[in-house]
Design a protein around this ligand. Structure first.
Ligand code: NAD
Ligand code: TDX
Length: 346
């Protein structure tokens, strides 16, 4: 099946979850690169959704925000009627929260994806791009440093979050095989950058340090994550939407593995602080030891390459949080503080 969007000069997209971290960076990226494209952003505005992430594009005539739940089939069908593609970011995305409240992950990530797929099918098989995670592949051992996830790695999710994402990936593939829905899937590694909610490790640690608080490192600090700057993830999705092969999966990463201890030391060094600011705390239950991805396929087939080197990216990101204290102070309050209390008293 060919990618019907290849070579299109104009596109109308339905972006779900466009008020979250990656979604808002993606909406900004697309409207800057393709000023003629139209975007409808459907977002429920959960604790993680924030219209301040998109303040500068609010008045654009080719951008429309719709507040709503992806589980609302009637609404989804109505707004997806004349789009060329659905780009699906909306999800419950924080692993720790999935330990406390798994049901909301099943609802949004599994049932929500199902509702969108049904709408895409009923509306004449709309093009569908599904944003997923490398966490669906499970965990690698620290000793197996030569191993990494790739497109053929069997699924082996371990947390309620990653299981719900794995289930949604399977549904998306089933719609391709069963109904011929023109889908693509991307499984990306850990993102960082501007507008990331400060429950995730990098913005949590940077903002804690700005508040004079210590940083809570889980377990022995040796768990490894493979970091990619959010702009590189957006560029990868752009290339898949425009040139990806229908029915295919693309794994995305920037070959930047760091243990959480190394990551923390890089943040502390950039912020001119000492190791004394680390507090080792109780581990996350079922904490995946290591993630690493090899994105040979997207590089070879679509010519995508990550551009942001980790040292430059982390400095840029820290500077963003320093310059945008108003943004994170507003989100690091209310519901967030209640959640944090529940997490630490679990
Ligand atoms: P996020 O939590 O920052 O944003 C999620 C957005 O989805 C929010 O704006 C929220 O309001 C919206 N949303 C949640 N439930 C909804 C519902 N039922 N209906 C409509 N909108 C809803 O998440 P993120 O970090 O930007 O992640 C976006 C996507 O990328 C997710 O699918 C996630 O699994 C995937 N992903 C994230 C990473 C990462 O490192 N953050 C890595 C790989 C893949
Ligand atoms: O306070 C903390 N202390 C700590 O040591 C937090 C919040 C995290 N950590 C560790 C746990 C992980 O090993 O840091 C690492 C990164 O944690 P998170 O930022 O919570 O990300 P992770 O669990 O790896 O999942 C992220 O990447 C893949 C995103 O949240 C997912 O949405 C994405 O799919």
């Amino acid at each position: 099946m060919t990618n019907s969007l290849e070579g299109l000069k104009y596109m109308k997209m339905l972006v779900t979850g466009g008020a979250g971290f990656i979604g808002s960076n993606f909406v900004r990226y697309i409207l800057e690169k393709y000023p003629d494209y139209q975007i409808i952003n459907l977002d429920k505005l959960t604790y993680a959704g924030n219209l301040e992430n998109l303040k500068e594009i609010e008045g654009y005539p080719n951008y429309k925000f719709v507040k709503g739940d992806i589980l609302n089939a009637e609404l989804v069908e109505h707004i997806a009627k004349d789009v060329d593609i659905i780009v699906h970011f909306a999800a419950e995305s924080h692993v720790d929260r999935s330990v406390l409240d798994p049901f909301s992950f099943v609802k949004t990530n599994v049932l929500g994806t199902f509702v969108l797929l049904e709408a895409a099918r009923k509306l004449g098989n709309k093009r569908f791009h599904h944003i997923s995670t490398d966490e669906v592949f499970g965990a690698l051992a620290l000793e197996d440093s030569h191993k990494a996830f790739h497109e053929e790695t069997p699924y082996d999710p371990k947390s309620p979050y990653s299981s719900s994402k794995a289930a949604s990936d399977h549904l998306v593939r089933a719609y391709f095989h069963t109904y011929g829905l023109p889908i693509t899937i991307s499984n990306c590694s850990n993102n960082y950058g501007a507008y990331q909610f400060p429950e995730k490790v990098i913005p949590l640690f940077v903002t804690n340090l700005m508040e004079g608080k210590k940083v809570p490192l889980y377990g022995d600090g040796k768990n490894v994550r493979d970091w990619i700057h959010v702009d590189d993830h957006c560029a990868a999705i752009d290339s898949i939407i425009h040139q990806g092969k229908i029915g295919h999966t693309y794994v995305i990463g920037a070959d930047s593995e760091k243990s959480n201890y190394e990551l923390t030391m890089a943040i502390l060094k950039t912020m001119g602080m000492s190791e004394d600011m680390i507090e080792f705390v109780k581990d996350r239950p079922g904490h995946d030891r290591r993630y690493a991805v090899r994105s040979h396929k997207i590089k070879a087939e679509l010519g995508w390459q990550p551009k942001m080197d980790f040292d430059a990216g982390i400095k840029k990101t820290i500077q963003w949080y320093i310059n945008n204290e108003w943004w994170w102070r507003r989100v690091k309050s209310g519901e967030y503080l209640e959640y944090y209390d529940r997490w630490y008293n679990r």
